[in-house]
Design a protein around this ligand. Structure first.
Ligand SMILES: NS(=O)(=O)c1c(F)c(F)c(S(=O)(=O)CCO)c(N[C@H]2CCCc3ccccc32)c1F
Ligand SMILES: [Zn+2]
Length: 263
């Protein structure tokens, strides 16, 4: 079973003992700071196909004890990457109610309040995510940084179900909506680098696209994210709050992050 956590004896410093890749190369997340950034004019805006899912369809939202994740439709995919990548799931990382700095990637050493990840796998080369997830060209993850601002009705389409997935292994059905509305407006401005899963097994198999511009959600929505879920099952006598489920930034030596924008 996935016996790892973000705190205590099974926390991130202990991950490499059970999951050797977590102590290996190309680890994510990282900090984006100016002396590792290089402009690349070949970085085109991503194209999202099938992201506008009708409300007659449903996504399954579940609490897996590490995050809250929503399974996506296999009809959703991205073009303009080296291969076609098909959507698998989205999930979030966040902090706690006293410290709303739970993003995984940082910019100039600054954490954002939270981070949304949309996980895709290379469907041109691999039959499913299980076959793809340990291959160097297997996965592509989109990262959207979240910060405090006005109420966000699109994020609320997911957040309003949190009360039904409070405990590990609980599930809820979310009516389909346009997943592209979760992304920032400027899809042409992003950071691009080769990295890894940020949770065990930490395979160095992820082509990361981190959008430059954060998306805003309200203080109340962020508070709901930070206080709604537990890592433990509903009948556990010692409930553990699901907070601070972000990995700290990793060493990024001798490597570059490519940017699609001029600073
Ligand atoms: N930050 S991250 O690196 O994007 C990231 C997470 F943080 C994260 F928690 C998950 S998880 O919820 O599946 C729990 C831990 O595997 C994933 N899962 C991926 C990779 C692992 C296996 C798998 C299988 C099917 C679908 C997705 C995934 C993950 F990719
Ligand atoms: Zn993630």
């Amino acid at each position: 079973g996935s016996k790892w956590s973000y705190i205590g004896p099974d926390g991130e410093k202990a991950w490499p003992k059970k999951y050797p890749f977590c102590g290996g190369v190309f680890q994510s997340p990282i900090d984006f700071h100016k002396d590792i950034l290089q402009y690349d004019s070949n970085l085109l805006p991503l194209e999202f196909i099938g992201y506008n899912v009708p409300s007659t369809d449903q996504f399954t939202l579940t609490n897996n004890g590490h995050s809250v994740k929503m399974y996506l439709s296999p009809t959703m995919y991205i073009r303009n990457l080296p291969f076609e990548y098909t959507a698998s799931q989205l999930h979030l990382h966040w902090g706690n109610r006293n410290k709303s700095e739970g993003s995984e990637h940082t910019i100039g050493g600054k954490h954002f309040a939270a981070e949304l990840h949309i996980v895709h796998y290379n469907s041109e080369k691999y039959p499913d995510i299980t076959a793809a997830m340990d291959k160097a060209d297997g996965l592509a993850v989109l990262a959207i940084l979240l910060e405090i601002g006005p109420f966000n009705p699109t994020y609320e389409k997911i957040f309003r179900h949190f009360r039904n997935v409070k405990y590990k292994d609980q599930m809820a059905q979310v009516p389909g909506f346009n997943i592209q509305e979760l992304l920032p407006d400027r899809l042409d401005e992003y950071y691009r680098y080769e990295g890894s899963l940020t949770t065990p097994p930490c395979y160095p198999s992820v082509l990361w696209t981190v959008f430059r511009h954060p998306v805003k959600i309200s203080q109340e929505q962020l508070r709901a994210l930070e206080t709604a879920m537990y890592c433990t099952e509903s009948d556990d006598p010692e409930p553990l709050e699901m907070v601070d489920n972000f990995r700290h930034v990793q060493k990024f030596d001798e490597r570059l992050v490519f940017i699609s924008f001029h600073e």
